[in-house]
Design a protein around this ligand. Structure first.
Ligand SMILES: Cc1cc2nc3c(=O)[nH]c(=O)nc-3n(C[C@H](O)[C@H](O)[C@H](O)COP(=O)(O)OP(=O)(O)OC[C@H]3O[C@@H](n4cnc5c(N)ncnc54)[C@H](O)[C@@H]3O)c2cc1C
Length: 474
């Protein structure tokens, strides 16, 4: 299992996908000298959903992104050394619109006391008292039943359920309880109270050139360490070794040309559903059926350019209610806090949708009008029409955890575990609703499992158990 002209004694790993999981893996493998690395990314920038692009003279992200403080110290230290002063540490200033009132997010006790809609506050307080008495509803297994049992009907009906319908496009009753446990950090009154009272303010890290600078910094460092990272390269076909001594064959397309590469190991961070479809020979029909039974929620991102220095001082506005199409509206300029460019700012509206539904297929003009109207409905200060509108689309924004999704996902995982020297990780590869720091932690963990020309499967299984404990931060 040896290759590569430059390092004949180490394995050659081909990494699929150049989001944080992919570039983090490339960096860590090269830094430790454990493997030679090629990476294939279909887009023309690194970062995947956590990437950025320059629109006019501003860096903007694919929806609101911030690096949470929960990032592992070792990874944060690497980021600081890769980005230096470009990585700012900032206090969060978010707001949630609930029943016509603005609440600070993350929640603050005094703010809640002064601003929360009274009927909502009394309903939630009543639910909390009832929740302390014996005989409440059982947790059950759905998103709806888990949250109703832990937070009572008021918070669910007015906040989490409408938000879930927008976010995942499904009724809370058909979503899995796992979605509630993974996604809702304040998933019980106890946790909610702790978060509100224990809050010393909430902080995050954010790079000067947009969130994608994290991935580009990793990619640059990996290249300096000898990795071969290729943008604009779409992986089209994967063929496992046909003999125990054989190697993987990875086919990709770049500028209309086909490329073929051999690998000792394939590390895939692209959607696991797509991997099943590109395998040659094809897996059993049951595996393909399983790959068709799970899916990701898509998202349309609508960027509005405004001719003002700043729209508001808020970094992200959250909109749980269903009469507004977006779930979140962010102002990228407020994340790093630089005053430039003068006289211009951008807003980014996040509209979850299905690939190929009406929203996905709407024109830029239609989407721009929809967002402008909803901003006005939300009584935000949009005095003039935007100077311009730009639209981007994410085909795989969030994994959708339908009730029972573990069964098809388990079938796919059983199949991938039979593939020799193959690893699927990252948010898309593990169908995990994870943050960037989790994706990077997975990459570092995978590299830790490389021992000479072998991959320590037992260690990786232990890591997989740790990944299951990750809780997504908003
Ligand atoms: C709207 C939104 C907001 C978010 N906010 C935050 C936040 O505030 N903080 C946070 O930590 N996380 C946030 N996240 C999550 C964060 O984006 C992910 O955790 C991160 O992108 C996961 O990295 P990844 O490398 O696992 O996957 P991805 O970023 O999805 O990367 C996968 C890569 O694979 C590539 N690919 C797919 N198919 C192919 C192919 N056939 N050939 C070659 N390449 C291919 C894709 O182009 C992509 O670059 C947010 C996500 C969304 C959608």
């Amino acid at each position: 299992m040896t290759t590569s002209n430059s390092s004949p004694q180490v394995p050659h790993v081909v990494i699929l996908g150049g989001g944080p999981a992919g570039v983090g893996g490339a960096y860590q493998l090269r830094r430790t000298g454990k493997a030679t690395v090629s990476l294939l990314e279909q887009q023309d920038v690194f970062g995947g959903n956590a990437g950025s692009f320059k629109w006019g003279d501003q860096f903007v992200d694919y929806g609101s992104h911030r690096l949470h403080e929960a990032v592992a110290p070792e990874i944060l230290a690497d980021m600081k050394s890769l980005m230096g002063d470009d990585l700012a540490y900032r206090e969060r200033h978010g707001r949630i619109r609930l029943r016509g009132k603005w609440l600070h997010f993350p929640l603050k006790a005094l703010d809640l006391f002064l601003r929360l809609d009274r009927a909502f506050a009394f309903g939630a307080a009543r639910d909390m008292v009832r929740g302390m008495l014996p005989g409440g509803p059982a947790e059950g297994h759905t998103f709806a039943s888990v949250l109703r049992a832990n937070l009572g009907p008021t918070i669910c009906e007015h906040f989490y359920f409408p938000y879930a319908r927008k976010m995942w496009g499904r009724e809370p009753e058909v979503l899995s309880g796992i979605q509630a446990r993974k996604r809702v950090t304040a998933g019980s009154f106890m946790k909610l109270v702790k978060r509100v009272l224990g809050s010393r303010g909430s902080y995050f890290y954010y790079p000067r050139e947009g969130y994608g600078q994290i991935s580009t910094a990793y990619a640059k460092a990996a290249v300096e360490l000898g990795a071969d990272l290729r943008l604009g390269s779409r992986v089209t076909r994967l063929s496992p070794p046909s003999t125990p001594e054989g190697r993987w064959v990875v086919e990709s397309e770049r500028d209309g040309e086909k490329h073929t590469e051999e690998a000792d190991y394939v590390w895939s961070t692209i959607p696991i559903t797509i991997v099943a479809r590109m395998m040659d020979p094809a897996p059993d029909p049951q595996v393909l059926e399983a790959a068709g039974a799970i899916d990701y929620r898509a998202m349309v991102l609508v960027y509005l350019e405004l001719g003002v220095d700043q729209f508001t001082t808020t970094d992200a506005h959250y909109f749980p209610e269903e009469h507004l199409a977006f779930t979140r509206l962010s102002e990228p300029k407020n994340y790093f806090g630089a005053p430039e460019p003068k006289g211009r700012t951008t807003l980014c509206a996040e509209l979850p949708c299905e690939r190929n539904d009406q929203l996905w297929n709407a024109s830029d003009e239609e989407l721009g009008n929809l967002v402008v109207n909803d901003i006005r409905k939300a009584e935000l200060p949009l005095e003039k029409e935007p100077l311009s509108v730009h639209v981007r689309r994410l085909p795989q924004a969030y994994p959708i955890y339908l009730q029972g999704y573990e069964v098809p996902l388990g079938a796919i995982e059983d199949w991938t575990s039979t593939l020799p020297n193959f690893l699927s990780y990252g948010r898309q590869g593990l169908f995990a609703h994870d943050n960037t720091h989790h994706a990077l932690y997975m990459a570092y963990s995978a590299s830790d499992c490389v021992e000479g020309v072998d991959f320590n499967e037992e260690k990786w299984s232990d890591y997989l158990e740790i990944f299951k404990t990750h809780v997504v931060e908003d």
